[in-house]
Design a protein around this ligand. Structure first.
Ligand code: OOG
Ligand code: MG
Length: 252
């Protein structure tokens, strides 16, 4: 295993950020090693996530290309739940569209086949860079499993491809903090499954039926403070929310 994968895993487990590496690592290979460490501890893969699909996110983080990360069951926060966030370093939250993958995706052709997407839900992603100051290059954030930390999925609905450009309202403590539209995702979020297929194929992954796909935030991310109530509402799709339980380490 590479030194970088071991260092990122340690940063995750101890909530202690590390300086970002500059060169000498294979981004997707390091990500795979990092996830293998989690699978070896008993976690199970639940799906994949795209990153930097919207201009708002690319501008916020100073990057220019799409990235693919892996999700596990340990990252899932129940809809409406109160989640302990004391184990995160500098968490941020962002609104996501979540797709339920309906068939095995190994190639771009699979992504265009009928039934590739079975259902859709509103979601929230919690990202937490394992690098100091939440700063990274495209390669270093890929190695860090694209900052994936946790996710919430709201109620599933049958997938209707005609409903693709929908309003997004993102609220913290009942106040709107970001407003956008799902059309900001790749210019059309229906492209997400094909982009995920392309990146999965390029990095030697297969997306299994039943996997979830986070299509990438439609707006920039917001810092997550302990105690915050976070909610996303997507037109026609409904809402998802969770509450960040106050950090026990601070005794609050
Ligand atoms: C990387 C993850 C990007 C998205 O939805 O664009 C991402 C980061 O911003 O730290 O999840
Ligand atoms: Mg995201």
């Amino acid at each position: 295993m590479s030194d970088l994968a071991a260092a990122l895993d340690e940063a995750f487990r101890t909530a202690t950020p590390i300086p970002q590496p500059e060169y000498g690592f294979d981004p997707y290979e390091t990500q795979r090693e990092l996830i293998d460490l989690r699978l070896a501890r008993g976690e199970r893969l639940t799906g994949v996530k795209l990153g930097f699909t919207s201009e708002g996110k690319r501008r916020q983080m100073g990057v220019h290309d799409l990235i693919l990360g892996r999700l596990t069951d340990a990252m899932c926060i129940g809809e409406g739940a109160s989640a302990d966030v004391s184990g995160f370093i500098h968490p941020r939250v962002e609104p996501e569209v979540v797709y339920l993958v309906g068939r095995r995706i190994e190639s771009m052709a699979d992504a265009f086949a009928p039934g590739a997407v079975a259902a859709v839900a509103p979601g929230i992603e919690l990202i937490d860079s394992r690098y100091q100051d939440f700063r990274f290059s495209l390669d270093s954030v890929i190695a860090d499993n694209t900052s994936a930390a946790a996710y919430v999925i709201g109620p599933w609905r049958a997938y209707d491809p005609a409903e693709w450009n929908l309003g997004v309202l993102f609220e913290i403590d009942g106040r709107p903090v970001q407003v956008g539209s799902t059309g900001a995702i790749l210019g059309d979020p229906r492209r997400a499954i094909a982009e995920a297929a392309r990146l999965a194929q390029a990095t030697g992954q297969v997306i299994e039926p039943g996997a979830i796909l986070l299509a990438g935030a439609a707006t920039p991310a917001e810092p997550l403070r302990p105690g915050a109530h976070v909610r996303v509402e997507i037109q026609r799709l409904g809402s998802a929310s969770f509450t960040a339980a106050a950090s026990t380490a601070e005794g609050t």
